[in-house]
Design a protein around this ligand. Structure first.
Ligand SMILES: CC(O)(O)NCCCCN
Ligand SMILES: [Zn+2]
Length: 667
């Protein structure tokens, strides 16, 4: 199934007709440069372009009041003076004779997207719309928004398709208070938003946007606000919040559909956000959400006012929806102090609502707060908390996101003769000349192994060579001895000058110490045997009481340890090994295989032991880019496991600060 793209130039046909500094950034060019970039990068040709349609009254009334709709209906006939007059009753928004038409098209686009995903015509998609929607409320336009496109889409999905649980992720740099108000008492819609806040000094200056607003009544816990109290946030800050807050809760919630308020004013260069995250971060944020709801993801454009970073961010998002390899994120320096304070506050506020946070020992018993007592005169402009004068957003420069090339072959496999090659995979032919490897193999790796093992190993090495040359994206091998093959692979890759192997070992089994010492391999082993070794910077033993069968414990290790470590290590190859008898359930295994493709341009080598032959199909399916099935709503992990993972994190975070979730005590 493909990726839908919804766009119509009709939505460019309204603009600000008078002087209003707050609104002048919301221009038609936002859509034309975004769509133009998609065309220029050949992405529109690869998408399924769906037609827009106007929303009908009944759809708009899913969220808005009749009186508000009736009032907006009058605007096409208004004079300029009437339009100005009409606009005055709302905040930071403008009207135009054609904006009502465009607002209906924006809603209709979002609904077209929801229809095509929920009817199974496409796997995911993006709607490029204006006016945006997430600030508009039941009876008010606000923040350039007229109708709440995404909130209406959520109500529509519930009403028309009976969708039980919807996750709305709002990565726009402003708080979508309109969405929050719409669902604050609704446990079937989990709304997550991060937003520039600066202790309520940033627009829309609402107490309702702070971390302690968690939803009301039945909806308590289903509203997550992450305030950014400083500008200049970077990729590390965004990833930390995804790994340590959003993903654990989202997996526990287990949504049937993911809607994204895709605002790109959270990207570098934007005059509103003044953040420093680069456009390629949206490739990762999109991908991390695609592992939920079996990939059913609808992204709807919200803000984004730097035309360069907006266009790049839109392309990064659509390329990921299309399944292209992710660009490695470089120099992740870890979250800043302000982020850690916000993260700690939000986790504490939601601890009682989500079992994934219940045992978080990193949360202090004392009350932490980022709220500022309004000192007299506090918050005036000259009190900039930044040091030297920073560049203005428009002066910011950043590298063009790297090209994301799809290798000619996605998944290549090495299988014993009797095993069938999964559809769409390419079997490494046995005719592969073994010459060059054979001798080294014999001498260096397998003194006394039989020819079969030597041949298999040489083919595994060929998989690695082909990934290095980007001839294939990923590989899978079913071998006689997974542990031995793992050791040989690590040795073989370590010979490369700048190689970094992220070895994820699922199940018990001894990892030879030479594998760990050279720092060219980072090992995370998830197992149940409680061996005494404490591990080191490059060896992370995750011992779960019930071992890999415990999906909650495994999931917690995946988000709070594996992902941050993988991002910070930035490997050139991911080696995923399923040790015999690991007990890990197929869906957990598939989720892990999916998430690990965030790294190394998707160059993942999976090793399975022959008696795990039944895993070949399910694993290949994920390697080919199919979404993993849902894990189901996750219960709390064992207290002792949660504490063990937290102890690991606190030991490792000195070396790997993407593991941090709290601001260090001192200074
Ligand atoms: C869609 C949006 O969130 O980007 N709108 C921002 C409005 C800012 C008004 N000061
Ligand atoms: Zn915004």
């Amino acid at each position: 199934m493909g990726t839908a793209l919804i766009y119509d130039e009709e939505m460019t046909k309204y603009k600000l007709l008078w002087v209003d500094p707050a609104c002048k950034i919301e221009v038609p060019e936002r859509l034309t440069v975004s769509h133009g970039a998609l065309v220029r990068n050949g992405l529109t040709d690869r998408c399924i372009c769906l037609p827009v349609r106007e929303a009908v009254d009944a759809e708009i009334l899913l969220v808005h009041s009749e009186e508000y709709l009736e009032a907006v209906k009058q605007t096409p006939h208004m004079t300029l003076e009437d339009l100005k007059e009409f606009t005055l009753q709302y905040g930071d928004v403008y009207f135009h004779p054609n904006i009502y038409h465009c607002a209906k098209l924006a809603v209709g686009s979002a609904l077209q997207l929801v229809d095509s995903v929920l009817m199974g015509k496409v796997k995911n998609g993006m709607a490029l719309v204006r006016p945006p929607g997430h600030h508009s409320m039941r009876s008010a336009a606000n923040g350039f928004c007229v109708f709440n496109n995404v909130a209406i889409a959520a109500q529509y999905a519930k009403q028309k398709y009976g969708v039980k649980r919807i996750l709305i992720v709002d990565w726009d740099i402003h708080h979508g208070q309109g969405v929050q108000y719409c669902f604050e008492d609704d446990p079937s819609v989990l709304y997550f938003s991060w937003h520039r806040y600066e202790h309520q000094k940033f627009w829309p200056n609402l107490k309702d946007s702070d971390y302690d607003i968690v939803g009301k009544g039945e909806g308590a816990g289903f509203n997550i606000n992450v305030p950014w109290n400083k500008v200049g946030m970077e990729n590390s800050d965004y990833l930390s919040v995804f790994c340590h807050l959003l993903l654990p809760i989202a997996y526990e919630f287990c949504p049937d559909l993911v809607l994204v308020c895709a605002g790109f004013d959270s990207a570098i260069g934007d005059p509103e956000g003044e953040m420093c995250a680069t456009p390629d971060i949206f490739a990762h944020l999109t991908y991390l959400l695609m592992n939920l709801a079996e990939g059913k993801l609808c992204a709807v454009l919200e803000g984004g006012y730097n035309l360069t970073s907006l266009a790049q961010s839109v392309c990064q998002t659509v390329q990921t929806l299309l399944g292209d390899p992710l660009p490695p994120l470089t120099n992740l320096t870890g979250p800043c102090r302000s982020t850690l304070e916000s993260l700690q506050c939000v986790r504490a506020a939601h601890r009682q609502h989500w079992s994934c946070l219940r045992h978080a020992v990193d949360l202090p018993t004392f009350e932490i707060s980022t709220k500022r007592i309004k000192l007299s005169g506090e918050g005036n402009k000259d009190e900039a908390e930044v040091g030297e004068e920073q560049k203005s957003p428009e002066e910011k420069i950043w590298p063009e996101p790297p090209k994301r090339i799809c290798p000619p072959v996605c998944s290549a496999v090495v299988l014993p003769d009797g095993v069938v090659c999964p559809d769409a995979c390419e079997r490494l032919s046995s005719s592969e000349d073994l010459g060059p490897h054979l001798l080294t193999l014999k001498n260096d790796f397998l003194k006394d192994a039989d020819d079969g093992a030597v041949t298999a190993l040489s083919r595994v090495f060929s998989l690695i060579d082909k990934m290095k040359n980007n001839e294939i994206r990923n590989g899978l091998a079913l071998v006689g001895d997974a542990a031995m093959t793992m050791t040989c692979v690590v040795q073989y890759v370590a010979a490369e000058v700048d190689s970094r192997v992220f070895l994820v070992c699922v199940g018990n089994g001894n990892i030879p110490s030479h594998v760990i010492e050279d720092g060219k391999t980072l090992v995370v082993q998830i197992k149940d045997e409680d061996t005494e070794e404490q591990g080191s910077k490059y060896y992370v033993p995750v011992c779960l009481k019930k071992g890999c069968t415990d999906t909650s414990g495994f999931a917690q290790a995946m988000f709070s340890l594996l992902l941050p470590l993988g991002y910070q290590y930035n490997p050139s190859l991911v080696l995923l090994v399923r040790m015999p008898g690991s007990g890990v359930c197929d869906i957990m295994w598939q989720q892990l295989t999916g998430l690990l493709q965030s790294f190394a341009h998707g160059h993942t080598l999976v090793l399975l032991q022959e008696d795990d032959k039944a895993c070949v199909g399910p694993t290949a399916s994920i390697l080919l880019g199919n979404p993993a099935p849902p894990l189901g709503q996750l219960p709390a992990s064992l207290k002792e496991d949660a504490e063990a993972v937290e102890r690991l994190r606190s030991r490792l975070q000195a070396d790997w600060n993407l593991l941090l979730t709290t601001a260090p005590e001192n200074g």
